[in-house]
Structures are given as C-alpha cells and as structure tokens.
Ligand binder design. Structure first.
Ligand SMILES: NC(=O)c1ccc[n+]([C@@H]2O[C@H](COP(=O)([O-])OP(=O)(O)OC[C@H]3O[C@@H](n4cnc5c(N)ncnc54)[C@H](OP(=O)(O)O)[C@@H]3O)[C@@H](O)[C@H]2O)c1
Length: 338
C-alpha cells in the first residue's frame, strides 16, 4: 500500500490535537506529516511519536506534495484552502460545515456509508458532532426496521465549541461560586450552572443551525427520503466533554427493545450499558476519552407505533470529530482513494 503525505490543518486546536493523538492510536501509516495553524500559533513546538515538529502557518504552498489534509480550522479556513489543496491533487477531509451539504461532497461516517467515499472529487466532509454519534446507532436499526420518524434532543458539552468555550466554563464556574460578575463571550447566556437552548444561530424556521444540521445530515448519510420527518432540539450543558442525546425513533416495522439491544450489542463502535435495575446506563463520564458510542435506557416509546426510545452518549471530540476524521483517512488509504 502507498503511504501518503499528511497535513493536519488546525493542529493546535481542540479537535486538531485529538486528531494528532488518534493518528498515532490507529497507527496510520504515513510517509511525511506536517502540522499547520494560523500565524498565531505558528512556531509552536509539538511532539509526535517521539519526534519534535514545528507548527507552520498554513499557506497555499504548504499543501505542495500533500496527499491527505485533515482539517479542523473552521469553515472560512477550509473554504480558503480547499481549492489550493484540490488543485495540488490532495484530498481534504474537512471537519467544518462548509461543504457538508454540497452534492458532490460525500458526507461520511466510517463503517456507516463508506461506499459514498468513492464519489469524492477532492473534498470529503465529516458530519456535525451530534449527527455523528447517532449514525453508528441508527444505521443497524434502520437496516432492520426502517426509520419512519425521528426526534432527537441533545445535551452538548462545551468542548464542542472549542478551547475558548472550555476555558469559559471554568472561569464562569469560579466566578459564580465566588459571587463575582462574569462577562460571557462564547455563549449568549452564562454556561455555569445553566442549560442553554441555543447552539449556533437561529434559522428562519425557528430551529438553530445546529438542529438543522442533525436533520439534514442524518438524511444525507443514511440516504433517507427528503420528506422523512426529523426534528431536533439542541442544548448546551455545563459539561466539559461528551454529548448526550435522547432519541425517539418510529420504525416502519415492529422492533422490540430486546431486539434493539441484541442488534446494537454486535454493532461496530457501539457499547450497550443498559441495566436500570442496577443503575447501569451511560453518562458522559463513561464516554469522555474513549471511542465507543454508548447506548442505554432502551425502551418502548409510548407515543409512537413501532417506537423505540434510547439514550446515547459519546465523546464529541472523538466520534463527533477527530476519531471519524482519522477513520476516514484510514478508509481513503485502504480504498486507495487519494
Ligand atoms: N470541537 C468540536 O467538537 C468540533 C466538532 C466537529 C467539528 N468541529 C469543527 O472543527 C473546527 C475547529 O474546532 P476546534 O474546536 O478545534 O477549534 P479551536 O480549538 O478554536 O481550534 C481552531 C484551530 O484552527 C486554527 N486556525 C484558525 N484560523 C486559521 C487560519 N486562518 N489558518 C489556519 N489555521 C487556522 C487554529 O490555529 P491557532 O492556534 O493559530 O489559532 C487552531 O489550530 C471548527 O470548524 C469546528 O466547527 C469542532
């Protein structure tokens, strides 16, 4: 197998650091690797696999000879560099929302819709974090019973909003406990001891962009009909890392909670923890820092025919961003798509 030259764009960010860790964990076999950021962090020294690297400022010529770029530097940066990467024959695996819904850009969760990767024209998009953790759960259930309707409520950690948001939760909590005033910058409301029912900006239909990402990206990844009813409410909670989701699914065919447990128990990337009698169900503390998507509280939904309700928890920086990005890189190498 050929070995690619790899670049991490946004290497100094929350997701970029996680990507770097996971490249090592998944033993991605590369020829050369480089780490790119904005001018702000350029010159930072970084240690990777026992070698020291200097982070470089991303410029068009940084992508000369690079085969695969793993980007988590925001939508504007991806939009700026995508043509430069593609022009030079590289493949961009992008974490931002810039290209996700474009027709000729595959939106892929590894092990869910890998075949879509073959359609790439230089750009592959990584889904939004709340969508990502749900796909590994829904795909095997959809194969068995066919999704008819879906309602998702998210409880999202601050790490999903980057390093500054993590720091704001700490500072806001300290200020609240000390009874001091605090000016929130990352969030519209104080995040300490609070739940904020807004992630991203509002759309004309009253939903937020984050909520509409779950709706639209789910349909694209699972190849659902455009008219499939899906609704989402996304809330930010004062948790450092790990998104939780309450999920209500109506299926075309009958499916029991026991069947769901059985299917998910054997599904790639899923770990079922579901024994309420012993207070066994997943929480974000189980999920932070590890790869599985945890599922519990599997029960019959009382409002839908053929309905199932479940609770799903995952590390948003891993499956929701960095882990899937690196798995996509692995697939692109294995499937010889660069
Ligand atoms: N956090 C998540 O859970 C998550 C999940 C899915 C997708 N994403 C997406 O991933 C991206 C990064 O998120 P994050 O949480 O890692 O943010 P972050 O912690 O703020 O890091 C941003 C990174 O991008 C770099 N950057 C910013 N502007 C740049 C430019 N003009 N040229 C080159 N590099 C630039 C920064 O470099 P400096 O250090 O020099 O500023 C830093 O390395 C965003 O698009 C976000 O939407 C995040």
């Amino acid at each position: 197998m050929r070995k690619p030259n790899i670049a991490i764009l946004g290497a100094t960010g929350v997701v970029g650091r996680e990507i770097t860790k996971i490249i090592d964990e998944l033993k991605i076999d590369f020829n050369e690797i480089k780490f790119l950021s904005s001018a702000k962090s350029a010159g930072t020294e970084l240690e990777f696999q026992g070698k020291k690297y200097i982070v470089e400022e991303a410029k068009p010529e940084s992508f000369d000879g690079v085969n695969i770029v793993l980007a988590s530097a925001g939508g504007a940066t991806s939009q700026k560099f995508a043509p430069e990467i593609v022009k030079r024959g590289g493949v961009l695996i992008d974490n931002s929302s810039a290209f996700r819904m474009e027709n000729d850009v595959p939106l892929v969760i590894a092990y869910v819709n890998d075949e879509d990767l073959k359609k790439h024209k230089g750009i592959i998009a990584n889904p939004n974090c709340s969508t990502s953790q749900l796909m590994l759960v829904l795909k095997p259930l959809h194969e068995k019973a066919v999704i008819k309707r879906l309602i998702v409520s998210t409880y999202q950690a601050v790490s999903g909003a980057g390093l500054a948001a993590i720091n704001e939760l700490t500072a806001n909590t300290k200020a609240s406990l000390a009874g001091e005033d605090f000016e929130n910058k990352c969030f519209k409301k104080p995040i300490a001891f609070n739940v904020i029912p807004q992630i991203d900006v509002f759309c004309d239909n009253g939903y937020t962009k984050e909520e509409m990402k779950v709706v639209n990206e789910t349909k694209k990844i699972l190849h659902l009909a455009a008219e499939t009813p899906i609704s989402c409410t996304a809330a930010r909670v004062p948790v450092y890392n790990g998104h939780s989701e309450a999920v209500d699914i109506e299926f075309e065919k009958d499916i029991t909670p026991d069947e769901v447990r059985e299917i998910l128990k054997d599904s790639f990337g899923i770990k079922v923890i579901d024994n309420p009698d012993n207070y066994e169900y997943p929480t974000t503390r189980d999920a932070s820092g590890v790869n599985p998507v945890f599922v519990g509280r599997i029960r019959k939904n009382l409002a839908f025919n053929n309905g199932i309700t479940l609770w799903c928890v995952a590390d948003n920086l891993r499956i929701g961003a960095a882990l899937n990005t690196v798995r996509l890189c692995q697939k692109v190498i294995e499937m010889n798509l660069y």
